[in-house]
Write a protein that binds this ligand. Sequence first.
Ligand SMILES: Cc1cc2nc3c(=O)[nH]c(=O)nc-3n(C[C@H](O)[C@H](O)[C@H](O)COP(=O)(O)OP(=O)(O)OC[C@H]3O[C@@H](n4cnc5c(N)ncnc54)[C@H](O)[C@@H]3O)c2cc1C
Length: 321
Amino acid sequence: MIVVLVETEESGASVVSQEALTFVRTIPGAEVHAVVVGAADATLRAQLAEQGVTAIHCLVGDSFTAYAAAAWAAALVEVVSTASATAVVAAGTPRGNEILAHVATRLDVAMAANVIAVDAVDPLVVSRQVVGGSALEEMRLGDTVAVFTVAGHAVDPAPAPSPTQPEVVQAEPTVSADDLRARVVRTEERESADTGSLTSARVVVGAGRGVGGADGFDDLVELTELLGGALGVSRVVTSLGWRPHHEQVGQTGSRVAPDVYIPCGISGAIQHWAGCQSAKTILAINTDAEAPMVTKAHYAVVGDLHEVVPAINAELRKRLG
Ligand SMILES: Cc1cc2nc3c(=O)[nH]c(=O)nc-3n(C[C@H](O)[C@H](O)[C@H](O)COP(=O)(O)OP(=O)(O)OC[C@H]3O[C@@H](n4cnc5c(N)ncnc54)[C@H](O)[C@@H]3O)c2cc1C
């Protein structure tokens, strides 16, 4: 039996968690239990039923009102032990990777982060992305409990062949004070406008130094909105303070894997490429025909982004009515 930690948002299970649930079904014969923090409302229960989950463990109580990686890991370990799970899985998000690293340490087993494929079962052998996604590593998870996270967009979320009627189990695990020492005590609104969720967006518009300054992003933000995507930027852009750090794509930012990535005024340095190379289609806009991003892209427009992007926006506005 496999336990999957499901991250939730307003609309229910996050897309990447639904991907993780779909992914674990590639392991033959796997019965899947979900662990969620807080109650499971009707929408979430329906989503998890559609994913073929047979039981939902809801972590409730004062220890779970705010994010605390060690506490959430302690609870997961308790569920793994009571349900006699053979694997514990999460989406390869910052939280998923952090919590499962704690889980692996507590169980004294190996952990594989950012898995993209199951190559063999018994013992479980997986392929995972390493070096910022530039290389693949085969890893054997031969411990009694396999612990791994699933890389974003490793699979498309898809319903199970037949939906289930999951049993809902309220769990109030005991959490020690030590496990609550590092926890979220305050959250702040982002300063900039919301430009979409980078890691789950199907379209990402990229912006680099070629934008020219902090006041040069309006057309790119409009393109992002017209395409219903997210804005991602290069490190130069965040280092210069033109855009906030949470929008950075690359080795030291977010790794994205959208259907379409549109890098504008980004040269394509290896550290940026590490974060965007999993995009299915790359359309570069750059004045330099020799820039690595242009030579590696599937399609490129060689030109000034301040001329090209407004022209695309005008055409999109016309088509969208
Ligand atoms: C340890 C380490 C970690 C790093 N991590 C990251 C990371 O996570 N993410 C990241 O992005 N970088 C990272 N970097 C930095 C990386 O090496 C590059 O410096 C950075 O990606 C370059 O950003 P850029 O492409 O925006 O700028 P540049 O390299 O300066 O490229 C600007 C591009 O814009 C084009 N251009 C100029 N004007 C226009 C115009 N009007 N219209 C269209 N195109 C135009 C130019 O032709 C050029 O190709 C890291 C570096 C190190 C050392």
